[in-house]
Design a protein around this ligand. Structure first.
Ligand SMILES: O=C(O)CCC(=O)C(=O)O
Ligand SMILES: [Fe+2]
Length: 317
């Protein structure tokens, strides 16, 4: 071993290479979950709202979520106009541009950002939801191993970093029908993507790869901040019914019935992240539509994105 090392040493400068690798590794940001030394309850959500969540979230709503894949709960937690305005100012510093299927702009808040805008209650509330759902929502058994901080009986957690998305839609902004956890087929070496992807090396030329979910999102939680929002202002969240298993979300407009959700201040929308939904165009040129979103996940290592999880969400006959 050492002899080989010294042989190789003559060809490469191993010591220099090792130093470079160490420097590189030390320059990496720490993994947010690990370095924060979080306990399981912190990772799942703060306890600040633990005791009052039962009052804020009607148990019937969770039954709705179970049965239909979504639940709309009004007047859960309102946001003051000044915090809403501050959020807009804050977000102007860090917005990211969008692609063809959406024209809104988003930014991600950590707790310090939320505090700066007077939105710490909203932030803590969203982070507590995973814990509440673990206690009150039946997720069905999964063959996938729960991984810390999830457990068999409490499989839901929050994404690493726990950032909350703020999305802003101005006049004419929209988000086309999509799923927050779409069905993908694996990409083959030729870059083929979609229903006919094949894996040439192992299975022959025409083998179709298994379907796979694209991420670990399980429940999407959205808190709306818009005081006095009217149906005529547009910007409705359009939820396509029974759409968790739709493979091409863009077709849902033609094939699925929907309900519209008015994004009014204090409203909480919970839905199975696989459901197809869109944000219809904002029609009022004097209004800005804002929302805070948290994706409640299973731990990434659980392997759950590989399964068509949560199969039984469609209404029982
Ligand atoms: O703001 C909304 O109502 C939904 C936005 C959305 O679908 C998303 O950001 O994925
Ligand atoms: Fe979405």
């Amino acid at each position: 071993m050492y002899r080989h090392r010294s042989d190789i040493q003559n060809v490469f400068n191993i010591d220099g290479l090792e130093t470079n690798i160490l420097d590189y590794m030390n320059s990496r940001p720490p993994d947010p979950g690990m370095a924060a030394g979080l306990t399981s309850s912190e990772a799942i959500g703060s306890n600040r709202f633990g005791s009052i969540l039962d009052q804020l979230i009607d148990p019937c709503a969770l039954l709705e979520l179970q049965k239909h894949g979504y639940a709309v709960i009004d007047n859960v937690m309102k946001t003051s106009q000044s915090s809403n305005d501050q959020l807009g100012e804050w977000a102007n510093k860090g917005k990211t541009g969008q692609d063809d299927c959406r024209s809104d702009t988003v930014a991600f808040l950590d707790r310090r950002d939320a505090l700066e805008c007077g939105l710490e209650d909203q932030f803590d509330f969203l982070l507590t939801l995973a814990s509440h759902l673990n206690d009150n929502f039946d997720l069905y058994a999964s063959p996938y191993k729960p991984v810390f901080p999830g457990t068999t009986t409490r499989p839901l957690t929050n994404p690493k970093g726990f950032n909350v998305q703020m999305a802003e839609y101005g006049f004419c902004d929209y988000y086309n029908p999509h799923s927050d956890n779409s069905i993908d087929r694996e990409v083959d070496n030729d870059g083929a993507f979609g229903g006919t992807a094949v894996i040439h090396d192992y299975l022959g030329d025409d083998a179709i790869l298994p379907k796979k979910r694209s991420n670990w999102r399980c429940i999407t939680a959205i808190l709306y901040l818009n005081e006095g929002w009217k149906t005529s202002d547009g910007g409705q969240l359009r939820m396509y019914l029974d759409s968790a298993h739709v493979e091409s979300p863009s077709t849902a407009r033609d094939t699925h019935e929907y309900i519209d959700v008015n994004p009014s201040n204090g409203k909480l929308l919970l839905f199975d992240s696989r459901m197809v939904h869109s944000v219809e165009e904002v029609l009022n040129e004097n209004k800005i539509r804002r929302a805070l979103t948290l994706w409640i996940t299973r731990p990434e290592e659980s392997g759950v994105s590989g399964e068509d999880y949560f199969m039984d969400i469609s209404p029982s006959p």
